[in-house]
Design a protein. Structure first.
Length: 261
């Protein structure tokens, strides 16, 4: 069994998330960590509601994406903190820094990232980190705010081995998305082959980043099987062994056991 450890299933992307989850189950993807982030908290509320309706298959993660850092008002923080305490919520995320798009000013992104690491520590849950073209600052904020106290996962890993070493050392696992199936992603291939087997996860980031051979289509959780197959091939191991390891890792990271049927 595989777990898609990072997918966005809110109505903006999936008219029928149940159908997408059914297609995933048909290929052995049995559980879903659903990320609720957006310009407001509607996706976070949706993720929690989905996890409440399907508690054995769905766990929710709530946060404020760095793109939307300017939306983290005191009022939004208060509601987010309430949502983050819900038992259906396994982590705070995705939070971090994105200097590629710069949709929010960088100082605002850094402040929101720091504040939300604080929230994760307050609710004693791990963190799901988004970082793009901001490696040094991401590590600096993580270290300064004591992210190692809660640990978590570097989502959609697309950095190099030096970054991976620092993240692992701070207690963060590495999650591989469809990027690992792209021919051009040499440093990601290197890390996927090298990283300790007990510290890696797989995800789709649906509806983004469909893996080969589905690249160009809207991504959905079923496709995590392609990503897992590529990681297994890079590590010269069977898909079954890779699935067992990454599923166990996800359950440890998110402190949630999913049923195996
Ligand atoms: Ni995401």
């Amino acid at each position: 069994m595989l777990i898609d450890t990072h997918c966005h299933l809110d109505p903006a992307y999936f008219a029928d998330p149940d159908a997408a989850m059914d297609r995933a189950r048909a290929v052995g993807v049995g559980s879903f960590v659903v990320i609720g982030v957006g310009r407001d908290l509607a996706p976070a509320r949706h993720a929690v509601a989905l996890a409440r309706r399907l508690p054995s298959q769905v766990a929710a993660v709530v946060g404020v994406h760095p793109h939307d850092a300017t939306s983290l008002t005191d009022e939004a923080y208060a509601e987010l903190a309430e949502l983050a305490r819900a038992p259906e919520v396994v982590a705070v995320g995705e939070i971090g820094l994105d200097y590629h798009y710069d949709h929010s000013p960088r100082d605002v992104q850094r402040a929101a990232f720091a504040r939300l690491i604080g929230l994760a520590k307050e609710v004693h849950k791990p963190i799901v980190i988004h970082t793009r073209e901001a490696a040094a600052d991401t590590l600096e904020v993580m270290a300064a705010e004591g992210a190692r106290d809660v640990g978590g996962v570097i989502h959609c890993f697309s950095e190099d081995r030096a970054f991976a070493e620092r993240a692992l050392e701070m207690g963060f696992d590495l999650s591989f998305s469809g990027i690992v199936t792209f021919k051009s992603a040499a440093s990601v291939h290197d890390v996927a082959a090298w990283a300790p087997l007990d510290r890696i996860l797989v995800e789709t980031d649906s509806p983004y980043l469909a893996p080969m051979p589905m690249r160009g289509k809207a991504c959905e959780p079923a496709y995590v099987a392609h990503t897992a197959a590529r990681v297994a091939a890079l590590r010269k191991m069977s898909l079954g062994d890779l699935a067992n390891a990454t599923t166990a890792n996800a359950e440890r990271c998110f402190r949630r056991i999913f049923p195996r049927d």
